[in-house]
Design a protein around this ligand. Sequence first.
Ligand code: SAM
Length: 284
Amino acid sequence: MNRKNATLFIVATPIGNLADITLRAVDVLKDVDLILAEDTRRASILLRHWDIRAPVRSFHQHNEAARLPSLLRRLGGGARMALISDAGTPLISDPGYRLVRRAREQGITVTPVPGPSAAIAALSASGQPAARFCFEGFLPATAEARRRRLNSLQDEPRTLVFYESSHRISATLEAMASVFGGQRPATVAREISKRFETFYGGTLAEILTAMAACDHHRKGEFVIILSGATAPRPESRRVEEIMALLSAEMPLKRASRIASQILGANRNECYEAGVKAKRKGRSR
Ligand code: SAM
């Protein structure tokens, strides 16, 4: 085998509809020496459908570390491999990070074969702003850790994207409503590209009501797209409050230097906040 040919392809596969695969993905999967699949039985449905006969080995979070040395040896010897996950784009809330990293460190070509990902599919059809977004993947499983994570996202102005399973969809939406308020707009995308594809839109409170109407609405796979925070961020309010206090006692320049040290904030931002606070003070 020629080491120059050694390539690890990261191949996106359908998230439901088996036709959602690119022509290049099919060609690559037919051509490689080995396909690494998260679940070989699930992969076989797709591979059979597209008449792909390359050998398949399992590669998942529990055997990733153990398989790594032999896979890297084979790649080092010139093998061409494709990594696929159960659905969508590998590594996006799926295994493969260590393999990609180590392959790159060894100078092996790693190349993506782009295609579906549930996050992007949901976002693109959600009606929520999509120019800037923040992918959060799965929230922690325990209620306390989940709440802590959500609390840390309270002031995030970008659209937020979460993955969720049917077991936790209700608990997660309820936790979101309690942290962000029931009025925060959101879209829940269920079973994208499958028979029961449904998009629930509205406020978190409205979505919870719609999904509570019938058990079926909570079955399947979900992406939650949550609108970002629109209220002024508490940090900026804090900067303003501190600048109002300090600038009453000393010149603005000095006050902004001290405030920026206390808050770890940008000095110009503090200065601006001080000007604003002074203006407000005068107009009272
Ligand atoms: N790597 C995949 C991707 O690129 O989308 C995601 C894998 S992650 C383990 C699986 C999660 O993706 C599911 O729990 C669900 O949140 C989301 N998901 C996958 N397929 C979906 C679909 N057809 N409709 C809605 N969500 C889906």
